[in-house]
Design a protein around this ligand. Sequence first.
Ligand code: MLT
Length: 394
Amino acid sequence: MMKPNMHYADLKDSYLFRRIARKTDAYLERHPGTHLYRLGIGDVTLPLPDAVIRALHEAVEDQADPARFHGYMPECGAPFLRETIAAHYRKRGIGLKDSEVFVSSGASDELGDILDLFDRSCSALVIEPAYPAYVDANVMAGREIIHLPAGPWNGFLPEPCEEAKADILYICSPNNPTGAVFSWEQLGRWVDFANRNGSVILFDAAYEAFIEEDALPRSIFEIEGAETCAIEICSLSKTAGFTGTRLGYTVIPEALVREGMRLHDMWVRNRTTKTNGISYILQKGGAAVFTDEGQAQVRANIRRYKANAQTLMRALDHCGIRYYGGKNAPYIWLQCPDGMGSWAFFDYLLEKIQVVGTPGEGFGSCGEGFFRFSTFGSAEDTEEAARRLEKLLK
Ligand code: MLT
C-alpha cells in the first residue's frame, strides 16, 4: 500500500486565505449581491504598468515571428533578465554576478521549492506572527519548527538568542503581517548569528519596494557577511502588480557553502531538473519593470497604495485603535478593539460593515488579538471601508 506523506495530517484544516475565502463565500451565499470591501489577502488591484504591458505585447509578437521565436527558456532564467536584475542590485551597491540571480515564478512558489536544498532533519526558525506558508511548508516536510515570538514589546523585531538557534532562519523584512522593518544593525546581528551557527537565512524581500526610509536595508546583501549565510527571495507581485502574472527572482551567492556543498550549484541542479524555465513573454514583461520608465510607473502605483494606507491609518487614529506598519509596508497591523479575538473581529466586520481583513491568529498564535488590513484594495473601496470602520468603531 502506498504510504502518503503523513505530515499532511499535522497541518491545520485549511490554509489561512482559503479559510477566509470560505467564510466570505458563505456570507455572499446568505447575502447575494452584497459588495464586500476586501482588505484581506494582499492581492493588488492596479493593472500592470504600461511599460510592462507594452513589453508583453512585443514579446507575444516575437513568438509569432519565426526569426524571433523562443522555445524552451534557460531553466535558471533568461540571460537578459538575470543581467537586468543583477544590474539593478549593482546600482544599489550590491555586487552580484548575473549567474547568482535565478528567475522564479514568484516568491510563494519559491519559498516552498527552495526547501529542497535542506535536509529534512534541519530545523526551521519562524518569527511569529509570520506568513503562514513558512510554517505549513515545513510541517509538510516534517521539520522541527521553532517559533520565536514577536510583539509590541520587541517592536515585532526579535533579536537572535539561544532559543533561536535553527538551521533555517526565516526573516521577512518589511514584515508580513506586521509591517516592521529590521534596521542595518539588527539584520547585522542576525547575519553574524547565522554565520556563527552555520545556519542559512531565507530572506523574504517581497515587500522591499515599500520601504520609504533610506536608512533601512532593502536587501540582506546590504549587510556585510550575508553572502556566506543568506538566500534572498524576491517577487514582482507586490512591487509591479504580478500577483496573477507570476514572476519573481531569487539570489543565491556562490559563496554560500555548507558541508562542502555550494547551495548555488545545488539550485542550478534542482532547476535544470525540475523546471523548463519561465516563459519568454513573462520574462520580457519582467525586464520592463527595471527600465527607468518601468521604475517610475511602479513607484506611482506604490504611491497610490500608500495613499490607501493613509486613509486607513487616519480612520484608525480617529477610532483610537493602536496599529503598526503602514509606512514601509503595504499592511497595517492593528490591535483588535475591546480585547476581541481576531476571528471574532473578522466576523464582526464582515457581518456589520462588509469589510474583510485577515485575522492575526492566522499568522500564528502570537497574532491572536491582532488584525491585518491590506492596502492593495481600490481607493474607492478603501475609502468606503475606512468610513464604515469609523462609524462602527468610533
Ligand atoms: C498575503 O496576503 O499575505 C499575501 O498576499 C499572500 C501571498 O503573497 O501569497
